[in-house]
Design a protein around this ligand. Structure first.
Ligand code: ADP
Length: 569
């Protein structure tokens, strides 16, 4: 495609050049015709003017013929060569009729040689000068030997052989010199033309690059002249203002609804040549009424001579940034509130302990006075408060020191024993304890492990207040040790499964909703995870995975079934 275009441009260039050649040829012909005519009128001409006029007429005819042929010829370079060769024949005719060896017009050979040198290059020029030398030499030879008779006074000149040789030699040398010089000149001209074309292409590329950059930059760019007419408006400016560049370019900013644009309100009074760019943030109301925060920087638009031509506004939509800042501020406030709550919880725990201790005493002292029920309520509620504050503090407590590793089985056995002693343990519960792995070292510490197992085990007991089976299975898989708590309680409804780990989510009248969220956070802090399943048949299974320290030990495969009366030690 581009090759075709280039070829077309080349052809057009050659056509233009050959038209020039034809024009110059005609001009030279008219000059000779004119001078010959004047010559004929004023003096007795030394040569017969008839053949000269015929030659000139032939030149005219040929020029007209070339012009007619020009649009039809494909190979214009060769066509040019043909014209220069024809010119050489005409020149030979002219030289013959103006005195041959003594002709004052031998220089006319130089025109076609010069033309071919500049247009056709060195090869063309050498070819033309050789042809000119042959034609001129042949003419002089023919006249010298009287094969054709010399015109005018030339006949006598041919008597001196040395002079004839000298004239021929001088002319031929001149032809070749002109060929060399003109082809050199042509080469230079073509080189300069090529360089200019390269520069022009570079400039075009630079211009498109610059336009692409401006169009795709993530900032809105709007330029205004000194009167306030919009000169340019990029894609981002279109997005931010919800205006189309086509609609605003060339209009005054007030006409397209930008009079409320931050910084343009006082455009008339604004200094157009500030020493430093002015930047500010403000709200911008679009035509449809939506308001958005934007940051604008104004600077002056100058030309190469530092003259101020207008004003450039570069602006950004700050909506997202403002939202992010707001989120950060909110998170910061929440963290402060959390800290405050933690310190209050901490302060509440001590008086609470004193109160519940005192009430316990009162309760003991007032046995049989009918107040036990009320005191019992107070005691229970105080215990509940202690539980909530304790769990809350666990939730927000500062991170503990890094863990090294801890034996899982004994921690679990200890927690199971405590669970069996707790109030939640009902006589109808069977505990099935299975160890598929002996001596499991995991990344944890004893306190945290016990807390995790306690929270999950307690839930299982609460779910089976009417009795059931609690199965606890220790296993291992791919770098993780696992503990499974499976109960036969009421189970968890599918829609609740996603919520049970949220803090304060509870379905129990006296629950706090903190047990599972604390367990999850502890497990995740240790690099592990908790998975929960609750099949429709009832019952829930919580599986805790903790990172192992060593490789899986020997598979013991021991299994123990313990009734509520039994203990695990
Ligand atoms: P709480 O026990 O104080 O309610 P948790 O965070 O420990 O708080 O538990 C949240 C909720 O998850 C419980 O209220 C309960 O609905 C559900 N849940 C947890 N474990 C079980 C389980 N083993 N069986 C049935 N529901 C459970």
């Amino acid at each position: 495609m581009s090759g075709g275009k280039e070829g077309g441009a080349r052809q057009a260039g050659w056509e233009r050049r050959l038209k020039w050649v034809i024009a110059i040829r005609l001009l030279v012909a008219i000059l000779f015709l004119g001078s010959a005519a004047i010559f004929q009128l004023q003096e007795r001409p030394p040569y017969p003017t008839g053949p000269l006029f015929s030659l000139l007429a032939l030149t005219f005819a040929l020029s007209a013929f070339y012009l007619l042929l020009l649009p039809r010829v494909k190979r214009l370079e060769e066509f040019g060569g043909f014209q220069f060769a024809a010119d050489l024949f005409l020149s030979t005719g002219l030289v013959h009729y103006t005195g041959g060896i003594v002709s004052p017009l031998t220089f006319v050979y130089i025109f076609p040689i010069f033309g071919s040198g500049t247009l056709l290059g060195r090869r063309g020029a050498v070819l033309m000068s050789s042809l000119a030398s042959i034609l001129f030499g042949l003419l002089i030879d023919l006249e010298f030997y009287r094969i054709i008779s010399p015109v005018g006074d030339a006949a006598s000149t041919y008597l001196s052989t040395g002079f004839v040789f000298f004239r021929v030699f001088i002319n031929i040398v001149a032809f070749f010199l002109v060929a060399l010089l003109s082809s050199h000149l042509g080469e230079r001209l073509r080189e300069v033309g090529r360089q200019l074309e390269v520069q022009r292409t570079d400039l075009r590329n630079l211009k498109t690059l610059y336009q692409d950059v401006i169009a795709n930059i993530p900032s809105g760019i709007m330029t205004l002249d000194l009167e306030g007419r919009i000169i340019s408006f990029n894609g981002t400016a279109e997005r931010i203002t919800a205006l189309k560049a086509k609609a605003v370019i060339g209009s005054f900013f007030g006409e397209v609804g930008l009079d409320g644009f931050p910084g343009l309100e006082d455009f008339g009074a604004r200094e157009k040549d500030p020493t430093r760019a002015e930047a500010f943030e403000a709200l911008f109301t679009r035509r449809d009424g939506t308001v958005l925060p934007i940051g604008v920087t104004y600077s002056s638009l100058r030309d190469g001579e530092e003259r101020v031509l207008g004003v450039v506004a570069i602006f950004q939509d700050l909506t997202e940034r403002k939202q992010m800042e707001e989120q950060l501020r909110r998170a910061d406030r929440l963290a402060t509130v959390g800290e405050l709550a933690a310190s209050i919880a901490h302060e509440v725990r001590n008086p609470l302990a004193a109160i519940s201790g005192s009430i316990q005493l009162l309760h003991d002292e007032m046995q049989g006075q009918g107040q036990e029920r009320i005191l019992g309520v107070i005691l229970r509620e105080a215990d509940r408060l202690k539980l909530i504050t304790g769990q809350f503090l666990d939730q927000v407590r500062m991170p503990r020191p890094p863990v090294r590793g801890c034996e899982l089985v004994s921690s679990l056995e200890e927690t199971l024993f405590l669970l069996q002693q707790s109030e939640e343990w009902s006589p109808g519960i069977d505990l099935h304890f299975e160890r598929r792995v002996e001596d499991l070292q995991v990344m944890a510490d004893r306190d945290r492990l016990k807390q995790i197992f306690w929270n999950i085990g307690l839930n299982a007991l609460q779910a089976m207040s009417g009795g059931g089976t609690l199965s606890v299975v220790i296993g291992a898989e791919e770098g993780f040790g696992s503990v499974e708590f499976r109960d036969t309680g009421e189970g968890i409804a599918a829609e609740q499964l996603s919520k049970i780990f949220e803090p304060f989510y509870t379905t129990k009248g006296r629950g706090t909703g903190l047990g599972l969220s604390i367990a999850k956070r502890l497990v995740e802090d240790l690099g592990g995870r908790i998975e929960v399943k609750s099949p429709p048949g009832g019952g829930a299974t919580f599986q805790i995975f903790l990172r192992r320290l060593s490789e899986v030990g020997s598979d013991a495969g021991s299994s123990t079934t313990l009734s509520s009366a039994g203990g695990v030690r």
